[in-house]
Design a protein around this ligand. Sequence first.
Ligand SMILES: [Zn+2]
Length: 597
Amino acid sequence: MKSRIVPFILVFTASALMASAGPRPRYQLAATIDYELLTFQASAHIQVPAVAGDPLRDVSFFIYANYAGIVGDERRRNISVDSVTLNEAAIPFSLTGPVLHVELPEPMAAPFTLSLNYHGVVPRVAAGGDGGGLAGLMGTSGLDLGSLLGGLENSTGSRRHTDYGLYTYSGGMLSLGSYWYPQLAVRQDGRWIDSMPEGVGDVSFSEAGDFEVRLTVPRGVVVAASGQADDQVIGAPAGKRMIRATATGVRDFAVLMSEDYVHAARSYETGQNSVTVEGFVLKENESQLERAIDVAGRAIQIFSQRFGPYPNSNFKVVEGPIRGGAGGMEFSGLTSVASMLFEDWSKSLGGISGGQGLGSLDSLLAALSGGAPGSAARRQSPAPSAPGNPGADLLGSVLGPQMEMLQSLFEMTIAHEVAHQWWAIAVGSDSQRAPFVDESLTNYSALVYFEDRYGKVAADSMRDLHLKTAYSAGRMLAGKDAPANLAAAAYAGDLQYAAVVYGKGALYYDALRRTVGDKIFFESLREYYRRYSGRIAGPRSLLEILEAKAPQAGVEALYRRWIEETHGDEDVGNGNLMGIGDLLQKLLQGLGSSQKP
Ligand SMILES: [Zn+2]
């Protein structure tokens, strides 16, 4: 999913394949938001498709707002279900954590519609608190300084749930993500895939569905939502707006809103269609609005050419209160990008260094980005590495190479999230049990954006900065290499997950491309996209296509080596790329003893 549009009439160029995906669930959702209390009342009418030869006796849904990873009082639910009815008759249900289980009065062999009434509350988190700031950010590249520092406290590998700020109010933004409605579980081999989400990474796993959504909000609130919105005041109470939106053939329906969003839109021609890219950012970040739209629009053009047509006419890039190790989150036709990525890095690093007892790094960063010692930037502010601040001093000695990585995170993250529209949203996969299927390919795809926009040298530099460093730093801090095809919960923690799935797993595609050549590599990705759009791909689905196109190339052996086995140290290196090993070792020493290294 874990991350997931249009005049909501989606233009599916791959319509022949969509048809093969079978009937889709239909969601009619209505919610009235109390923006003062951060509560809502909602109803859902969900048409559950019939499964041939498998009459349904029960149905499972996920209400991710109740996932243990969402912040709040663990004894209280964020969403409670008031009633479930079938043909106007109440039927029994149970709600255990995020899993809503409904017993049907009789086996159902034909599609049927369940009606639910429910209400929710959205947790409020102080901006910048609880892992905010750089410490709360892990680029979608899988690595940044914040996650490394955060990981130091957790490097023994304890498994924990992570709250990414996807269902929260913070910093003047209300994010409901796709966690605010009951999402039909995936049914495979006669059973619902409804085990409790656990471990790191995304939780969402869904079939493509059709949505018709009505949201009632105060007039002053700007809504950024999946799909094509049709703003209607008619029928809304005084002082309110009703927004109606529809989305067809999408994995989920995301909603964010703020009184402080400014927005803009621009059209991009992909060669197949015209896509309107809308950006929503807080007023204070308005200077970044055009850049966010531009990166998303160019990424859509590039991926449409490389992988196949973007299936919608609309995409939104939305600043959100994301934290806890994620830089962005993909939804259908929409990506939410962490506020932190819009901020000034020197302030962010100042905050993190303060949090780590290292004092302000503002002037250090100014010096690093502004040129040699003695430059104007350095002279204008007091040196942070003054005697008595060994932490900042040691950071200063090794942080230079990190600057490029930090400065490219904004673009890397948006390119990554846009690539998810192909891998995760169009081609579905199980983000809990096989997260590498979408994440590794998505992280590699971000390099394709850099390659096609800036050239091979730039792409190689991004590969080293973001992918190789993710692996080698994770190796240093999180211990062993691991197979890339494990379930999210099987990794020892965020760092190992990032190292293996976002680092080594993405570099597998670099090796694969060199092995089979550009032509077969991209033809296979296009076929994979065509064949699995609107459906769910398994771990070996792409491999099967490659095998058929290049039976002699040894792609099976390459897959075994990179995905199923553990040769990361030989293939990627466990070493000291970009000086990050020095940085971290010195930081550990500095934090542990306050001795000068
Ligand atoms: Zn991702």
